[in-house]
Design a binder for this molecule. Sequence first.
Ligand code: GSH
Length: 206
Amino acid sequence: MITLFTGPTGNGYRASILLEELGLAYVARAIDLQAGAARPAAFLAASPLGKIPAIVDDDTADGAPIALAESLAIALYLVEKTGRLSPATPAKRARAWEWAAIVASGFGAAFPGIFFARQLDEASHGKVIARHFEELDRGFAAMDSNLAARPFLAGDSFSFADALAAPLLPTARAFGVDLSRFPNVERWGQVVHARPAVQRGMAVKG
Ligand SMILES: N[C@@H](CCC(=O)N[C@@H](CS)C(=O)NCC(=O)O)C(=O)O
């Protein structure tokens, strides 16, 4: 059985629509998204940033539960688990993931940005910027906790997740984020950026 931690938002609905479309059995647990509301420990254990949606799947091949957050990662996991809702050809699969990424990153960043800015007056743009820096801190804090227990983002070896995340560090420094508050991230960054392929990749200017 899958437990879905969710709420009445677009991100939550992405996960519940997928579960429904795939015909998977699940129980939905509502999370109070108000700032300062208590969040259940099982939810926080499943969601590194404490955001919905998140799932815990008890029905796994080796019996070890899989806990997972982020709508895009949940989609990838459920599609892989069931072998369904994935186009048959590599070209169509690539197109489907391209659109999934646009939905999760582009739209996913714009809506909360507008939601937050609408609560402010014209003179308060500094608060919008501060809010985005808070989100960066939130992400790096979660990454730091993750990297306290393992050398790379997804375990013992370098994966595509590390490759995708590597450029975050120089970008964050250029934006003035003090990464010394996240020692595990800095340690990971030194290892990752010492990799010849990462250095070669970071040298490509097009
Ligand atoms: N990138 C995430 C975004 C998740 C997200 O922003 N969830 C919001 C609700 S729509 C949330 O949990 N907000 C509460 C908070 O930020 O503490 C995804 O695609 O799942």
